[in-house]
Design a protein around this ligand. Structure first.
Ligand code: DON
Length: 565
């Protein structure tokens, strides 16, 4: 037994214990003076930081990260999918870019129904017809041309190098690819790249993607034009024709990035800038925060049953409105102003009481099912004062698992984000109405919520996540963790979260996320619980504007990386 004879040695022991405890438990955000990049994959993050170091701005870096992730994070990084970018620039201008996929001209509202009119999810999630016309290449090139300072050749080259020279597949990347081994084996072109003659890829191998490198070189040399009007478009349409797809050359030549006004809201003095339709993200986020703003929470309320009850009840109303009203606002009338108004939030606030209101009493009928996981978010901030929040996706992990032969990239299965049959859930269990039904050229409703938070008109937080239907509630809680509870960005992305999406009428929660006491209290109020599951993969930045310091945190639920300089 250790005998501590002097008070000095006792002091040293206590100091030692405190320090080691600190080392064991401290989760300090990455800190930097000149800029920060946080993405779901380390090589891509490094590409972004190098661009910042070369003097590029946040848009240059974001575009470089977007192309790099298409190589190093094929589960969700893409040039065959689409997404949304939210920009707040050094001159205090906020804008958003919509490069969401759109339904092909030959699509129609009944394309995923069988002869009896039943929805066939197999069709909206698999095969060539599950793909929308990709928007990523147009979106990244538009962003660079309008808001960047570097050339396309400069920002795309790191991605080309990663594809051409390869990168080492670590444990996580090989495991992720191998999870879809069976699906990749269904398609010759996918099998060639994502399997070793049909077998699983080994950890530690150099992963070279020559076809993808060549496609990226065509984009480098000819710009987005090659993808939409040139050899890439022709090849995609040729392959689509060969495999029962419905893409036409006109689908590609008519694709346009749409620059849209952001959704702007506020929460207790913070300004929220987020994505509007065809994403539901910004509207639902602002609507929920407007309701929650009416409650007075104390620091000790965090994840208490009292706090969670209020979040859950709020989300039921928000997701019921989402299902009923939201769709592509270029095709349907979305009552944006009403949904994000403080008055409407007050009405919802007034209907929340101490007990859970069953979801079926909040709005119409309907039934649901499960969700899958893949999309990716990255956040970038530069020393000039620009901030970029970008979420893009193939929808499911590796999209529909179909590589376009000879081009080396995967296609999305975003058509499943439409409401193929009003009242039938999609793969995220999300319901929709006619507002989100399939129409040629329409963009499918999304939940992606790339967001920037301002204080005194300066960006203090850049945040986003994948997670399908759960994206909105995860972003909301991470914002509350900072704005309401004063957490630093690392804690804010780390701590457990919950989710409720109106239907199914159950609370999703994380393993080790809720104590038995809290579950018991919430159950007594009438809440029901699903199985625990992990929620979200936040990639966040906070900025201390007084000291001009950037803090970055990549969600420990994933294997991403925050890096600054
Ligand atoms: O746009 C959407 O809302 C979905 N396609 C996002 C998919 C997603 O987040 C999957 N990831 N975890």
């Amino acid at each position: 037994m250790l005998l501590l004879t002097s008070s000095k040695s006792r002091f040293h022991l206590i100091l030692f214990l405190c320090l080691s405890a600190n080392l064991l438990f401290a989760r300090n955000p990455i800190r930097a003076k000149h800029g920060m990049v946080v993405s779901a994959e380390k090589y891509a993050t490094k590409v972004g930081v190098n661009i910042l170091k070369m003097g590029g701005n946040a848009v240059d870096a974001a575009v470089a990260v977007g192309f790099a992730l298409a190589v190093t994070y094929p589960a969700a990084g893409n040039i065959g999918g689409g997404g949304f970018l939210v920009l707040y620039d050094k001159n205090k201008n906020a804008t958003t870019l919509d490069f969401r996929e759109k339904a092909p001209l030959k699509s129609h509202s009944k394309m995923f129904l069988d002869s009896l009119g039943n929805f066939v999810p197999e069709l909206s999630q698999n095969g060539w017809q599950s793909s929308g016309v990709p928007g990523t290449v147009a979106g990244l090139c538009y962003a660079l041309q309008k808001y960047g300072t570097m050339t396309l050749a400069e920002v795309i080259q790191p991605a080309i190098d990663l594809a051409e020279n390869g990168f080492l597949l670590d444990y996580h990347s090989s495991k992720s690819i191998n999870t879809s081994n069976k699906d990749f084996n269904k398609y010759e072109a996918s099998k060639k790249i994502f399997t070793e003659n049909g077998k699983e890829l080994t950890e530690g191998r150099l992963f070279i993607q020559t076809d993808l490198a060549n496609t990226l070189k065509l984009i480098r040399d000819n710009g987005a034009d090659d993808f939409y009007n040139g050899s890439i478009a022709s090849k995609i349409v040729e392959e689509s024709d060969r495999h029962g797809g419905i893409f036409s050359l006109e689908d590609f030549s008519s694709y346009k990035v749409i620059e849209r006004e952001p959704i702007i809201g506020s929460y207790k003095g913070y300004k929220i800038i987020s994505m509007g339709p065809p994403s539901s993200g910004g509207i639902c986020l602002v609507q929920a925060l407007n309701v929650l703003e009416n409650f007075n929470f104390t620091k000790n309320d965090w994840n208490s049953s009292n706090y969670l009850h209020k979040i859950i009840e709020t989300c039921k109303y928000v997701y019921a409105d989402r299902a009923e009203h939201l769709g592509d606002s270029d095709f349907v009338n979305v009552p944006v102003d009403k949904l994000i108004s403080k008055d409407y939030a007050k009405e919802i606030f007034n209907s929340i009481n101490e007990n859970a209101v069953p979801s079926k009493e909040i709005s119409s009928n309907i039934l649901l099912k499960k969700e899958s996981e893949e999309t990716t978010h990255f956040s970038v901030a530069d020393k000039f004062g620009n901030a970029v929040s970008l979420t893009y996706t193939l929808n499911s992990s590796y999209g529909n698992k179909i590589v376009v032969d000879g081009l080396g990239f995967l296609l999305n299965n975003e058509m499943d984000d439409f409401s193929s049959k009003p009242g039938e859930p999609n793969q995220y269990g999300l319901l929709g109405s006619y507002a989100n039904s399939i129409e040629p050229q329409k963009r499918m409703l999304s939940s992606m919520t790339p967001t920037i938070i301002l204080q005194d008109d300066k960006p203090i937080m850049i945040i986003g996540t994948p997670g399908g239907a759960t994206i909105i509630t995860q972003v909301m809680q991470t914002i509350l963790n900072v704005a309401e509870f004063g957490m630093d960005i690392e804690d804010a992305v780390f701590v457990p979260r919950i989710h409720h999406q109106w239907l199914p009428d159950e609370v999703y929660y994380e393993p080790f996320g809720l104590s038995d006491d809290v579950i018991k209290n919430l159950s007594q109020k009438g809440h029901k619980f699903g199985k625990p599951r992990r929620l979200g993969l936040m990639e966040g930045i906070s900025i201390d504007q007084s000291n001009k310091l950037f803090y970055g945190a990549s969600d420990p639920r994933g294997t991403g990386k925050a890096m600054g300089f």
